[in-house]
Design a protein around this ligand. Structure first.
Ligand SMILES: [Zn+2]
Length: 471
């Protein structure tokens, strides 16, 4: 899931939450950081926090594991054999790490298959164009769809064109601002165009201009509106079609897509624990999603978050630290095109959600850590802010307004579980997001290790402190 600014990431999360019908984050509150001694109880955690940060800094296991995972299995789209093999590999590694109660919790996931796909410019002069079909899209008839292109810059412009869209292919050429503002066109553009009789939709990729790279991602159809095929094109191609159209040229393209839903497949959430020494029934959950889109190798989104949260627990265990409460790693399945993993976890663990002390998600990349976003009560926020002070050596002491992510959102909604999301330097995230360029070389080992340190300190202190984090 993140952006060229925090605002971008926050907006994306907010967007996900709205899609789930979830409430947005609570407002910030409490004393500003650095005023007085905020928490004398914290002093006993300075030595273990320093040990954790030191251990993480000298350890490149996290980056190496992200590389091993993504090099070996490649992309991990829901329903693919690669995702299932990656889940089994990670479970076996967690056993070797000495984590306990390692298990795969069954989840049925949709199996969407891309198939072959292409986009060809027919008029004003024939040529191939770069494209990626959008996730969940239907395919075209075998012979493809060919039609004149109507370029619009907003939904308002689309509505103004009205009947002029019948039989046409709509291109949404909306420059990237924040993820939340721009992703609406990827998510709803096809359905909105189909309402007016369009036969297919193209979307300018949701990301900043890159090197002519298309970005995939999920779309949603509407009840009662015919599903039409939809694809993303690079910003450069969108601007080219815009210029042609502005000059009054007739633009015709031919779109061919084999995309289809092939029922459901069995998948799983991977769960592993470091049982608490005093209050094992109280759970501090941390995780990321192991599934990815079917382009690139999903290193940034979200092998990175999966491995960082797992490594945080392994590091705590390797140092011989055993917190009062249980640390539970959850690697969710199917975040990208269904969220079935997150919903299944919520339902399968409904009885113990009241004892989920915290849910921490890493799904905004594992670049240089800046801190965390937090969703929860004002009292809990003050505690989190005090703990974040321990991360000053990393420059990761920031506590932002919104901590619920795509996979933790259902827990916030169902049981008001306090939620943290790892916040990182987001300057590269949306350049790589859902593209063939999402590969491990984009991640810097020292930054990944710093993320492990930040997550481990935060999770350890919340799992061990005498009083439970208040709701
Ligand atoms: Zn993600």
């Amino acid at each position: 899931v993140s952006r060229s600014s925090h605002r971008g990431r926050g907006t994306r999360l907010a967007c996900r939450l709205l899609a789930l019908g979830l409430p947005l984050a609570s407002a910030a509150s409490g004393a500003p950081p650095g005023t007085g001694d905020p928490a004398p109880w914290l002093d006993e955690y300075r030595p273990p926090a320093a040990r954790i940060l030191e251990a993480a800094r000298g350890d490149s296991t996290a980056w190496e594991r992200i590389a091993h995972l993504t090099d070996t299995f490649g992309h991990r789209l829901s329903g693919s054999p690669a995702l299932e093999a990656a889940l089994r590999w990670a479970a076996a590694e967690m056993q070797k790490d000495g984590l306990r109660n390692v298990r795969l919790e069954k989840v049925m996931v949709p199996r969407w298959v891309r198939g072959r796909e292409s986009l060809r410019l027919v008029e004003p002069f024939p040529g191939e164009m770069a494209m990626l079909g959008l996730g969940n899209s239907v395919g075209t008839p075998p012979e493809g769809v060919q039609a004149e292109v109507v370029v619009v810059r907003s939904f308002e412009e689309l509505e103004a064109r009205g009947d002029g869209l019948r039989g046409r292919i709509v291109l949404y050429n909306v420059p990237f601002t924040t993820y939340g503002d721009t992703v609406r066109y990827r998510g709803a553009g096809a359905a909105r165009a189909a309402r007016h009789g369009a036969v297919a939709a193209l979307v300018r990729s949701v990301g900043p201009p890159g090197l002519r790279t298309p970005h995939t991602g999920a779309l949603r159809y509407e009840e009662g509106v015919p599903p039409i095929p939809a694809a993303a094109i690079p910003t450069e191609d969108a601007d080219r079609l815009q210029r042609l159209s502005d000059r009054g040229a007739r633009v015709v393209v031919h779109l061919q897509m084999e995309a289809r839903l092939q029922g459901e497949a069995e998948s799983a959430n991977l769960v592993a624990e470091l049982p608490g020494r005093e209050k094992p029934h109280e759970i501090v959950l941390l995780g990321g999603h192991l599934d990815s889109w079917d382009v690139g190798t999903g290193a940034v989104d979200d092998a990175g978050g999966s491995v960082v949260t797992w490594e945080a627990v392994r590091t705590i265990h390797a140092l011989g630290l055993r917190p009062r409460r249980t640390l539970r790693v959850v690697l969710w399945t199917n975040e990208e095109n269904g969220l079935r993993g997150a919903l299944a976890y919520r339902d399968q663990h409904a009885g113990e959600l009241k004892d989920h002390v915290l849910a921490l998600e890493s799904d905004s990349g594992v670049f240089k850590p800046l801190g965390f976003g937090f969703t929860g009560s004002a009292a809990a926020r003050d505690t989190v802010r005090a703990i974040a002070g321990l991360l000053a050596p990393l420059g990761a002491q920031e506590v932002g307004p919104s901590g619920a992510g795509a996979d933790t959102g259902p827990l916030v909604q169902a049981a008001q579980v306090p939620a943290l999301s790892l916040t990182v330097d987001g300057s590269r995230y949306f350049l790589l997001h859902h593209t063939p360029a999402d590969t491990v070389d984009k991640l810097v080992p020292a930054e990944v290790s710093a993320c492990v340190g930040a997550v481990a300190v935060m999770a350890y202190v919340i799992a061990d402190m005498p009083d439970r984090l208040p709701r």
